[in-house]
Design a protein around this ligand. Structure first.
Ligand code: NAP
Length: 324
């Protein structure tokens, strides 16, 4: 029978690495997927290239968990790459039990000096918006969409073979790593939110497509998680040390201040534990589930005192202006 097989896109870094490790630790043979093969180092963190990281991860997983771990490269912004990644994984292992679409990029564009140019809804020029949208839609939406299309094709074929052989059709699953930014408003990340919100509809359609074949399709929507993606500078400076906070540190501070129910941001392992669990629930499909420490739960309610005080301050200010 052999081990079940899991392919995790974007497992050369952050959340994807934790997910692929969770599968290996549970006895799955795994595909560790990377994107950046040719870069000598990551410009953000001077890390090794994705290929080197993926190969290191695969070799560690083989040694630590005695499973097969294959590293494969693909740029999911390229239409053929998404299909060929799934084809190569299936060709190598002869089966695909679980696929996690985790690769993702945020919207930002660098100027000619390498500085990040922040997106502003009403100010962003036409070509800047076009670049931002092309970048996030090609990877986060279209790459993930194609990965799902191709994976379900193999999973449906496997289910049909089992049916024809008169054996029970096994449960297989596809999971998107989406985000709570699909609904959480943030005017500097509208393109990113648009790309991820689009996935929500793919989940619903694919769940119906897969359901007849015992394939479940869901989306896990993380809140803020400490990874290389959120290690970029935030623009906010710590007044005590004069050091600039990273994006993750800023959200960590906000969490301590009550912006979410649990007073800490997530770690990749928090998401990995949930991802493994969600892919193994045979009667849950078409769901868009937040794993966010209560980030979306808040909606301002626990901060009502702050909002109330601010409302009163504004009303008093406008009252004073009228009486002057
Ligand atoms: N961190 C958060 O706070 C957070 C919150 C909500 C949702 N998410 C989502 O979680 C997922 C993982 O994020 P992370 O924080 O772990 O980010 P990360 O550390 O930056 O990892 C991103 C992964 O995506 C891969 N990737 C980038 N461009 C790609 C492309 N063109 N084709 C294929 N793969 C590509 C990268 O490959 P290489 O390293 O090989 O280039 C890397 O493995 C993303 O979908 C993100 O949107 C993250």
């Amino acid at each position: 029978m052999g081990n079940p097989v899991s392919l995790v896109s974007g497992s050369s870094s952050g959340i994807g690495t934790a997910i692929v490790e969770a599968f290996a630790a549970s006895g799955y043979d795994v595909v560790v997927h990377y994107n950046s093969g040719s870069d000598p180092s990551d410009p953000r963190t001077h890390r090794k290239s994705g290929q080197e990281r993926a190969e290191d991860i695969a070799s560690r997983l083989r040694e630590q968990y005695q499973v097969q771990a294959l590293s494969l490269g693909a740029d999911l912004s390229q239409p053929e790459d998404a299909f060929s990644l799934v084809d190569r994984a299936h060709e190598h292992f002869g089966r695909l039990d679980t696929v996690v679409s985790n690769s993702g990029v945020t919207n930002y564009v660098r100027d000619k000096d390498g500085q990040v140019v922040r997106y502003r809804f009403t100010e962003t020029p036409i070509d800047h918006l076009q670049q931002e949208m092309d970048r996030v839609l090609s990877v986060n939406l279209m790459g993930a969409y194609r990965l799902c299309q191709r994976s379900l094709k193999y999973m449906i074929e496997a289910a049909e073979s089992e049916r024809q052989a008169g054996i029970e059709v096994a449960h297989r699953s596809f999971l998107f790593i989406a985000t709570v930014s699909d609904v959480a408003p943030d005017s500097t990340r509208i393109p990113y939110g648009v790309s991820k919100a689009g996935l929500n509809h793919v989940v619903l359609g694919a769940a119906f497509e897969g359901g007849q074949h015992n394939i479940t399709v869901n989306a896990l929507r993380p809140g803020v998680v400490e990874t290389p993606l959120t290690s970029r500078p935030s623009g906010l400076v710590d007044p005590l040390t004069n050091q600039e906070y990273s994006v993750a540190e800023t959200y960590g501070l906000m969490a301590e201040g009550g912006s979410q129910a649990l007073p800490r941001i997530g770690q990749p392992e928090d998401i990995a534990g949930a991802a493994l669990a969600f892919t193994r629930i045979p009667y849950m499909t078409g769901q868009l589930i937040a794993v966010d420490g209560g980030f979306t739960l808040v909606n301002g309610f626990p901060n009502r005192e702050l909002f109330l005080q601010e409302g009163m301050r504004r009303r008093a200010a406008s009252h004073n202006e009228t009486n002057e």
